[in-house]
Design a binder for this molecule. Structure first.
Ligand SMILES: [Fe+2]
Length: 147
């Protein structure tokens, strides 16, 4: 079952950010399918969650680098939102490591909900701000939007 359904309206127009968002959706769906499976393997769920955490960290680093480059005024609040999400994922991983249990309700529905709201809200506002600004020094339009 797909819990994080991708819609084209979630595209921000930044090719790399959109690819990374699609990949995060795919990972949440893979985790959800594994949790939902009769042959659910906690070890595999943990592995996929670690891949999600690593991919999300790389993705947040990209967004935060761009926000710094563009001197985005809401960078602190946006960074906090990223940090809170990573905190939730790490808490689930710690809980799994100590109790060998997984609280299903605290994983994929939370991740899917967070991503959809974040992408439609904060990320769209961030990209609109970038697009309203002159290009950073040494950066061509093609380089920026299609990087
Ligand atoms: Fe973001």
């Amino acid at each position: 079952m797909v819990i994080a359904e991708w819609h084209e309206e979630y595209c921000t127009g930044h090719a790399l950010i959109d690819d990374q968002h699609r990949n995060l959706f795919s990972l949440v769906n893979q985790i959800h399918a594994m949790i939902d499976s009769p042959t659910m393997d906690q070890y595999r769920v943990g592995e996929l969650l670690q891949v999600f955490a690593k991919s999300a960290t790389e993705h947040f680093d990209l967004e935060e680098d761009l926000m710094t480059t563009y001197e985005y005024p809401n960078i602190a609040a946006h960074q906090n939102t990223h940090a809170r999400l990573l905190g939730k994922v790490n808490k689930v991983l710690e809980q799994m490591a100590t109790t060998h249990q997984i609280d299903i309700e605290s994983v994929t529905p939370v991740l899917a909900d967070w991503m959809i709201h974040h992408i439609r809200g904060e990320d769209q506002r961030m990209i609109q701000f970038f697009q309203s600004q002159p290009l950073p020094v040494g950066c061509s339009a093609g380089q920026y939007m299609n990087a």
